[in-house]
Design a protein around this ligand. Structure first.
Ligand code: SF4
Ligand code: SF4
Length: 354
């Protein structure tokens, strides 16, 4: 007997779904979706499952990740049931299910949880700075160590166990036959999707689609390389001109692209940007702050005014810690990771996707 949650409609609305119960099952959305195929069709099926509260079917499905939220289905829905937004909300809900800590669900459902988390981190950093007498060298030294250990810690303690839970829900529990060899053979798929998100280009062939894909691509490159530059090349402490310039370029890419993302969400011109969940805002705004504060800190170091403006480094550290401890493990950042693994698991399972 499938498990039915009669309150699922209410629950998924806490994750951002809008009016999906208006759906009268016409199938326009599935017909228009460029990424849906005959064997892997969505979003209508996901809407039916959501309406019926079939939690287990939803939890074991990779389909929420096959949608890249172009919004075509929502524009063409005769009932304004916002199927694209439902798919987005299912991704939030499903990540809350993958997360063993339960914190993702808390953050997605209650904005107050974000605010409390952010405030606790501000208080913690200020207390730490006071305990070190605002000693610039010592605090920057610890800040650098935090960057290294936070990444390793978040991956080891939260993200890797959550990916294993995703694998259990989508491969093991549904008893998908996947020989060990298929895990090796499909590995390149994981890397390719992780870095290129190339399926975005299969959405409606418009300039907007291509710009969106390109912005995501350079953002991923900028973000990952800045991480490398700050953690392994010690950007803030480096005297190497190449490393310094590299960090400037990477951080500039981050704040320029995310500024554009914020503007698009404010303007709400496309379907994709019509409804922004708090987690969407936190993702783009914090990434913007990360880029701009990192850029400014390095600039202040280079023009020798960081000592008298140490507040800027503390601000950067606050943003960095909030990003690393809240947004990366429990917020929208995880979608980038889970989506890449979804493509990998789809390949392993022999699911034919576009
Ligand atoms: S969501 Fe809209 S387009 Fe899709 S099946 Fe329902 S009514 Fe039709
Ligand atoms: S948002 Fe785009 S990709 Fe997602 S289901 Fe709708 S049409 Fe398909």
């Amino acid at each position: 007997m499938p498990h039915i949650n009669p309150n699922f409609s209410q629950e998924i609305k806490q994750f951002g779904a809008k009016d999906f119960e208006f759906c009268f099952n016409c199938g326009n959305c599935t017909a228009i979706c460029s990424l849906s195929t005959a064997s892997e069709s969505f979003p209508r099926e996901m809407i039916r499952y959501s309406t019926l509260g079939l939690e287990d079917e939803l939890k074991s499905s990779l389909k929420p990740w096959l949608c890249y939220y172009c919004g075509e289905c929502s524009s063409d829905c005769p009932r304004q049931a916002h199927p694209g937004e439902l798919m987005m909300s299912l991704r939030r809900w499903i990540t809350a299910k993958y997360d063993w800590t339960g914190l993702s669900g808390l953050f997605y459902k209650y904005i107050a949880a974000y605010i409390i988390g952010f405030l606790l981190i501000i208080a913690g950093i200020i207390a730490f700075a006071v305990s070190k007498d605002f000693d610039q060298e010592v605090i920057m030294h610890y800040g650098h160590y935090f960057e290294m250990f936070a990444i390793a810690g978040v991956f080891a303690v939260i993200l890797v166990p959550n990916i294993i839970r995703m694998w259990i829900y989508t491969i093991i529990k549904p008893k998908v036959k996947a020989p060990f060899k298929s895990y090796l053979n499909a590995f390149s798929e994981l890397i390719i999707h992780m870095f290129t998100q190339k399926r975005t280009l299969l959405c409606e062939d418009t300039r907007e689609t291509r710009v969106r894909w390109f912005e995501h691509l350079i953002l991923v490159i900028g973000y990952l390389t800045l991480l490398f530059t700050t953690v392994f090349l010690d950007w803030f402490g480096s005297h190497n001109l190449f490393v310094i310039s590299l960090g400037y370029i990477e951080s500039a890419i981050i704040f320029v692209v995310t500024f554009d993302f914020v503007l698009k969400r404010i303007k709400k011109k496309s379907e994709l940007h019509k409804f922004s969940h708090p987690s969407d805002w936190f993702f783009v705004i914090w990434l913007f702050f990360m880029g701009i504060t990192a850029f400014m800190v390095r600039l202040f170091i280079d023009i020798n005014i960081i000592e008298n403006n140490f507040w800027l480094y503390l601000l950067h550290l606050i943003v960095l810690v909030q990003w690393a401890i809240i947004i990366v493990p429990f917020g929208k950042w995880t979608h980038f990771l889970y989506r890449s693994f979804a493509m990998y698991f789809a390949k392993i399972s022999g699911i034919k996707i576009k």
